[in-house]
Design a protein around this ligand. Structure first.
Ligand SMILES: Nc1ncnc2c1ncn2[C@@H]1O[C@H](COP(=O)(O)OP(=O)(O)OP(=O)(O)O)[C@@H](O)[C@H]1O
Ligand SMILES: [Mg+2]
Ligand SMILES: [Zn+2]
Length: 308
C-alpha cells in the first residue's frame, strides 16, 4: 500500500547520526510546513497537561461546530499512539498519496482529516513500536517530534478557514506545549480539563508553560463537568463534593472559561459511532457557543495587531 511506503520513507529520513544533515532537513521541512500552512487562516491546538480529559472529543466537536458556522475546517490528529479523530468523525478513508503530498480524506460537513491513524496498518500497534526502535524515552520524544514535523510537511490541506490540531496527552505538563509550538503562526490553544484536582494541577502547569514559550491560550474547556442523570436529567457532581469547576483556574490565570460540558453517555456514543450529536442536543449548542467566543477572541487579536 502507498501509505505504508510513505510512513517507512518518513521514518527512514530521520537520521540522528548526522547533525548537519539533520539541521538541513529540519530547516527544509520548516519551510515546507510554513508554505503548506500559508493557506490556512487560523490554526488552533487543543491540548491539556492531562490524558483522558476529553481533548479528542472537544477537537471533534469543535471542528463540527466550526463547520456548522460555515467555515472550511481541517483536523490534524497528532496523537501517534492513540489516534482517534477519524473514528470520532466517522472518517473511513485515508490519504490520497500524490507526488506533491498527501491529500486528506473528507468527513462530515466537508471536514478534512489528517491522522497518523492512516499510516497504521496494524490497528493495535502504536507507531512508536513499529520497526527496530529500541529507544530511550529521550530519543522516543525526539523521534515522535520528528515524525510530527515530517507529517506536517507532507499534508496538502489546500485553503482552510480553521485547522484544529488534537494533541497527544503529555508524559509531562510541558510536552503538549512543545508539540504545539511546531505549528507555525499558531493562533492559540484551547485547553481542556476535568474538574478533578489532579487534572487541574497538571493543566495549570501546562497553561503557564505554554504561555512561557509564547503560545496564546484562547480559553479553557471544562469537560465531564458533572453528569446528567439519565432518568431525571438532573446534574450530578462527578469529581468533587460540591461540584466545583475550573472557574478557579480561569480566574487565577486570567483566561475565559469557554464552556462546561457535562459527562453524558450520548456524547461518548456519538464519538464511538462517528456520528455528530443531534443539532437539538444541548451539548451541540455548547460547542456552537464556544466557536462564537473563539472567533471573537481571534478577531479582537487581529484588530489589535492591525492597530499597533
Ligand atoms: N463529556 C463527555 N461525556 C461522556 N464521555 C466523554 C466525555 N468526554 C469524553 N468522553 C469519553 O471519554 C473518553 C476519553 O475522551 P477523549 O479520548 O476525548 O480524551 P483525550 O483527552 O483525548 O484522551 P487522550 O489523552 O488519550 O488523548 C472517550 O471514550 C470519550 O468518548
Ligand atoms: Mg486524545
Ligand atoms: Zn435522576
Amino acid at each position: 500500500m502507498a501509505e505504508e511506503k510513505t510512513l517507512r520513507e518518513i521514518l527512514k529520513k530521520i537520521k540522528f547520526s548526522d547533525d548537519a544533515q539533520v539541521m538541513k532537513q529540519l530547516v527544509d521541512q520548516s519551510i515546507q510546513v510554513k508554505v503548506r500552512m500559508g493557506y490556512i487562516r487560523r490554526k488552533i491546538v487543543v491540548m491539556s497537561g492531562k490524558g483522558g480529559v476529553g481533548k479528542s472529543t472537544t477537537t471533534a466537536n469543535l471542528a463540527l461546530a466550526f463547520a456548522r458556522a460555515g467555515h472550511t475546517v481541517g483536523v490534524l490528529d497528532v496523537d501517534l499512539n492513540g489516534p482517534c479523530i477519524p473514528k470520532m468523525l466517522g472518517v473511513t478513508g485515508s490519504f490520497e498519496i500524490r507526488q506533491e503530498g498527501a491529500i486528506p480524506p473528507v468527513g462530515p460537513y466537508g471536514i478534512k482529516v489528517a491522522s497518523m491513524d492512516f499510516f497504521l496498518t496494524e490497528k493495535n500497534t502504536p507507531v512508536r513500536w513499529k520497526g527496530a526502535m529500541e529507544l530511550s524515552p529521550i530519543w522516543l520524544g525526539m523521534f515522535e517530534m520528528n515524525v510530527i514535523r515530517e507529517f506536517l510537511a507532507d499534508i496538502l490541506w489546500g485553503e482552510l478557514d480553521y485547522l484544529i490540531a488534537d494533541l497527544p496527552p503529555g508524559a509531562s505538563a510541558d510536552k503538549p506545549p512543545v508539540i504545539a509550538g511546531f505549528l507555525p503562526e499558531l493562533d492559540g490553544a484551547i485547553v481542556v480539563s476535568t474538574p478533578s484536582e489532579v487534572a487541574k494541577t497538571v493543566v495549570r502547569k501546562s497553561i503557564v508553560y505554554a504561555r512561557e514559550i509564547g503560545i496564546r491560550v484562547i480559553g479553557l474547556v471544562e469537560n465531564m463537568s458533572g453528569a446528567i442523570c439519565p432518568s431525571c436529567q438532573t446534574p450530578v457532581p462527578l469529581f468533587t463534593e460540591k461540584n466545583e469547576g475550573c472557574e478557579d483556574i480561569a480566574l487565577d490565570l486570567d483566561l475565559p472559561l469557554l464552556g462546561k460540558i457535562p459527562f453524558d453517555s450520548q456524547i461518548a456514543q456519538a464519538c464511538d459511532r462517528g456520528i455528530p450529536l443531534p443539532l437539538s442536543h444541548p451539548t451541540t449548542k455548547l460547542f456552537d457557543g464556544m466557536v462564537t467566543q473563539i472567533e471573537s477572541f481571534l478577531e479582537k487579536r487581529t484588530v489589535s495587531i492591525g492597530i499597533h
